[in-house]
Design a protein around this ligand. Structure first.
Ligand code: ATP
Ligand code: LTN
Length: 330
């Protein structure tokens, strides 16, 4: 039995980078024939991570439900996967405290995401400890695989280090989880700056296409996406164009190579209008499902309650063993 765990922060609007780097991969894992029988899948909405940078409490509550509904709208099936809200399972912060006691301070100081985020926000202790909470999420379920975008690789390496350290100190307890990162699509870049990743917290709204953007917004953002000094698609497109072709490939469900051969010679203007049309039609399907799910939040609540209940039965088994090994009364 293989366990898969991943999560997204409800810290803003989900965008096509989240979809391409994470959600679409989760759906593929969920639906792959070889896995259906013997996988346990957990997809979490990590609200305790989200509050490591400032959030408006009312908006956060709404975003949690929005992200959960988007999981379903993008194709996560609650009959095949357990969807839950991180803060509804108190084992996560509890285990984080235990793991903190074996985490080297210097290793957290080297985390690139911490360095980047602490330049933008006041660095609180929670932001510093973010990777340990993530390690707890993963290790509590004896996870084998963690499907994520490239930016999370360092956090998963830390998770493996902590698992190994715990095993050495207290005896064999944890499996070592591996990151599952799709090479071609691991890092979708901002439409305005091909050197920085598309991100929920990007201040320039034109850089990010959100899953719930209107047709007008999608067309406008694609039209204004930066290109390069050329005028038509070449065999070896530059970074900015390659990023747009990557997005095209994922929604067209074909390889980057096939997309480039299909598009070569097309003017940037023509390509952009094809890409915008594809995004509008793909995202409108997700949006239709999303509206249906949100119109009956009771069902969503039921999915999240069941997810949390199941998650707790699993995590409590691990936590019990960990506490015994560490000499903490159960
Ligand atoms: P923030 O900007 O607030 O840090 P984010 O947009 O990076 O947020 P996360 O919640 O941190 O989103 O990421 C959720 C998942 O989406 C992770 O697996 C992450 O690797 C993936 N992801 C995020 N941005 C991208 C991107 N631009 N390209 C590919 N994958 C991405
Ligand atoms: N830090 C991750 C979100 C996250 C996560 C996890 C991903 C929190 N816990 C456990 C995979 C497994 C991010 O995407 N920013």
């Amino acid at each position: 039995m293989k366990t898969v765990f991943s999560g997204v922060q409800p810290s803003g609007n989900l965008h096509i980078g989240n979809y391409i780097g994470a959600l679409s991969q989760w759906v593929n894992l969920q639906n792959s024939e070889s896995r259906i029988q013997n996988s346990e899948l957990f997809f979490c909405i990590v609200d305790l991570h989200a509050i490591t940078v400032p959030q408006d409490p009312k908006i956060l509550q709404e975003k949690v439900l929005e992200v959960a509904a988007l999981y379903l709208a993008c194709g996560i099936n609650p009959k095949k996967a357990h969807i839950f809200i991180q803060s509804e399972n108190p084992d996560h912060p509890y285990f984080t405290w235990l793991l903190n006691t074996i985490t080297p301070f210097g290793q957290l100081e080297r985390m690139t995401q911490f360095k980047e985020k602490s330049e933008k926000h006041e660095a609180n202790v929670g932001l510093f400890d973010y990777p340990v909470l993530m390690a707890s999420d993963i290790l509590l379920y004896q996870t084998d695989e963690v499907p994520v975008g490239e930016d999370q690789k360092q956090h998963i390496e830390l998770t493996r280090d902590l698992a190994e350290k715990f095993n050495k100190k207290y005896g064999e307890t944890f499996k070592l989880p591996v990151p599952v990162i799709q090479k071609e699509t691991a890092r979708v870049m901002s439409l305005q700056n091909p050197n920085s990743k598309m991100s929920k917290s990007d201040k320039d709204p034109l850089g990010t296409i959100n899953l719930l953007d209107s047709e007008k917004e999608i067309r406008e953002k694609v039209r204004r996406a930066v290109t390069d000094s050329g005028s038509s698609i070449s065999k070896n497109p530059s970074e900015a164009i390659a990023n747009l072709v990557t997005i095209y490939s994922v929604f067209k469900n074909q390889s980057f190579k096939n997309s480039t051969s299909e598009l070569v010679g097309k003017s940037y203007g023509e390509f952009k209008s094809i890409l915008a049309g594809l995004l509008v039609s793909s995202l409108s399907q997700i949006q239709k499902k999303y509206q249906g799910i949100r119109s009956g939040d009771k069902l969503l609540r039921q999915v999240l309650d069941e997810g949390a209940e199941f998650a707790k039965t699993k995590s409590s088994q691990t936590l019990k063993i960990v506490k015994e090994k560490m000499g903490i009364s159960a």
